[in-house]
Design a protein around this ligand. Structure first.
Ligand code: S3P
Length: 433
């Protein structure tokens, strides 16, 4: 399907946006509910296609679950209770499904095959294969550690593992496998990444300990079912924050947004750049903070520059770099992104996709091996945007289209559903065309 969405200049992004449930948290709650004892009810579960890939895999593993609106009820099968599936598990476009679920599969005494769509089939899995094999699982992959994976699991041994890459998915995979070890498992994460797995493990009753950069999990306690509500997805909010900052008459309200300590680095970053943002009604549920965001057009941000994104900040802003690149081009001083080679192995090669699409909109941009240099003060011109089927590229360039002269046509626009079904309707509801 090639659905084309057309976006034109809007001088205002105003009203209210209700965000889908957080994608990262939804994956984790669903997986942990599946291996818990008892029935979990997960409210405001992500509508994203990726999280439905996780639910589909869980169903194939014998997990009974019911979806009613955005509430998902999951009958846990216990820590070692997943069944051998009849066929191949399909993780779709979702790296999180494949990488996190593999940690759980490695603890079950069966052979599992897990595959994905063409994008996921080109994403590196050596980063989870190596620690899982050290723990005693046997894993086969296509050449160069690419999916599909064939995992033969069983009883595992605990390991102490220094993460070679700043990745929450790898950290989470090893910690989940650690539930099945004969000793505690610990991972050392020198660069902090989102900690939803650690928080959720504790919430479901696992024993998690923190010692400087080390995070350890004890094997084996039975997880207990939980009733939880998932906050709105801050990474989905990012597109609207950027759009509202740029349009001169904006006033936008985003209620119930997840404000996890690691993820809210986005807000700290944007406020440092001059975003006119207020955060209200902050609460914490199941360790996950949430609050309501109010954002207005932000002349200070537009007249300044975005701080450079490098080193530890890359991991904190990893999913937001496409939209921050667009935003940077519309500030006076631009933005520079370094140390971000990971972006080349996301749902698409995002460094190349950002550079190509910014250029087609008339923006000069320097593409580097591990980043981008986006000079500021540039006028965007409407163009045809080639999303490469990557949801974050589609939504980032919708924001570009709102600031551009003329018409911007986003191709394969349906890929926004990967993380944000309803994105286009939500956008149309708050703009003036
Ligand atoms: C995610 C972690 C990040 C992020 C992805 C979701 C998660 O990936 O890019 O969209 O839910 O753990 P990496 O851990 O590979 O950086």
């Amino acid at each position: 399907m090639n659905m084309i969405e057309t976006v034109c200049y809007s001088d205002s992004v105003s009203g209210t946006v209700h965000l889908p449930g957080d994608k990262s948290i939804s994956h984790r709650y669903a997986m942990m509910a599946a291996i818990a004892e008892g029935t979990s009810v997960l409210k405001h579960f992500a509508s994203s296609r990726d999280c439905h890939s996780t639910l589909g895999c869980l169903r194939s593993l014998g997990v009974e679950l019911d979806e009613s609106g955005d509430t998902v009820t999951i009958l846990g099968r216990g820590l070692r209770g997943l069944k051998a599936p009849d066929g191949i598990l399909d993780a779709g476009n979702s790296g999180t499904t494949m990488r996190l679920l593999s940690g759980i599969l490695a603890g079950h005494p069966y052979t599992f095959s897990i595959s994905g769509d063409p994008s996921l089939s080109n994403r590196p899995m050596g980063r989870i294969i190596r620690p899982l094999m050290q723990m005693g699982a046997s894993i086969e992959s296509r050449e160069k550690d690419l999916p599909p994976l064939k995992i033969r699991g069983g009883s595992l041994k605990g390991i102490r593992y220094v993460l070679p890459v700043a990745s929450a998915q790898v950290k989470s995979c090893v910690l989940l496998a650690g539930l099945y070890g004969n000793d505690p498992t610990a991972v050392k994460a020198t660069v902090p990444t989102r900690d939803h797995t650690e928080l959720a493990l504790k919430e479901f009753g696992a024993v998690v300990r923190f010692d400087e950069d080390w995070i350890a999990v004890d094997p084996g306690p039975n997880l207990r079912a939980r009733n939880l509500s998932i906050p709105g997805d801050l990474s989905g909010a990012a597109f609207f924050l950027a759009a509202a900052a740029l349009a001169p008459n904006s006033d936008l309200y985003l209620p119930g947004v997840g404000l996890n300590g690691r993820r809210r680095e986005l807000l700290n970053y944007l406020m440092e750049a001059g975003l006119d943002l207020s955060i209200e009604n902050e609460t914490v549920e199941a360790g996950e903070p949430r609050g309501d965001l109010k954002v207005r057009c932000s002349p200070e941000l537009v007249e300044g520059r975005l701080p450079p994104i490098r080193r530890d900040r890359v991991a904190a802003l990893i999913d937001e770099i496409p939209v921050l690149s667009v935003l940077g081009s519309q500030t006076a001083g631009g933005v520079e992104i370094c140390d971000a080679g990971e972006l080349r192995i996301k749902e698409s090669d995002r460094i190349s996709a950002i550079a190509e699409n910014l250029r087609s909109m008339g923006v000069a941009v320097e593409e580097k091996k591990d980043g981008l240099n986006v000079p500021g003060g540039q006028r965007l011109r409407g163009a045809d945007i080639h999303t490469r089927g990557d949801h974050r590229i589609a939504m980032a360039f919708a924001v570009a289209g709102l600031s551009a002269e003329g018409e911007t046509r986003i191709h394969d626009a349906e890929c926004a559903d990967i993380s944000f079904p309803g994105f286009w309707a939500a956008l149309r509801a708050v703009i003036k065309e």
